[in-house]
Design a protein around this ligand. Structure first.
Ligand SMILES: [Zn+2]
Length: 169
């Protein structure tokens, strides 16, 4: 089922998600629907608050649905170490048509549970590292607008306000 994606400035996007404690069919259905929604929107990652569910769940697939082996489900994820810096362009399904360069760690190691509750650790660099940081930010209520420089944030806020007034946001 394709879910509705909440756009900025929906308040849920700036609220930290609740930790997941029950690994049941409801959670697995949410994960399945989130992948379907991500592919329908041609994204590579989606966090539960973006579909109106304030829980610490995110799905990521850098292959955009082309390679099932690249599907990653992170439940209750945390970054346990990070190193270096990268400065690359990011987009966000809650900010259609906005793309901006954001500073992120070059490499991260994360710890998370899968949709069955099993803990695992994973290393990521480049795009996947960026994606992990962007999605985990969502679970902490942090939107990428606030990772930009003040100048770029203001430019993008103006762009969003213009689109809102034109009815295209
Ligand atoms: Zn996002």
């Amino acid at each position: 089922m394709i879910l509705k994606i909440f756009k900025y400035p929906e308040p849920i996007l700036q609220q930290p998600g609740e930790p997941v404690t029950e690994f049941n069919d409801e959670l697995r259905k949410l994960v399945e629907d989130m992948f379907e929604t991500t592919y329908a929107s041609q994204g590579i990652g989606l966090a539960a608050p973006q579909v109106g569910v304030s829980k610490r769940v995110t799905v990521i697939d850098p292959s955009m649905g082309k390679d099932p082996a690249q599907k990653i489900v992170l439940v209750n994820p945390e970054i346990i170490s990070s190193e270096g810096k990268q400065y690359e362009e990011e987009g966000c399904l809650s900010f259609p048509d906005i793309r901006e360069k954001v500073v992120r760690a070059a490499k991260v190691r994360i710890r998370a549970q899968d949709e069955h509750g099993k803990w695992f650790e994973m290393d990521a660099e480049e795009l996947l590292s960026r994606c992990f940081q962007h999605e985990i930010d969502h679970l902490d209520g942090i939107i990428f607008l606030f990772r930009m420089s003040a100048l770029k944030r203001n430019l993008n806020l103006r762009k969003i306000r213009k689109m809102q007034s034109e009815g295209t946001w």
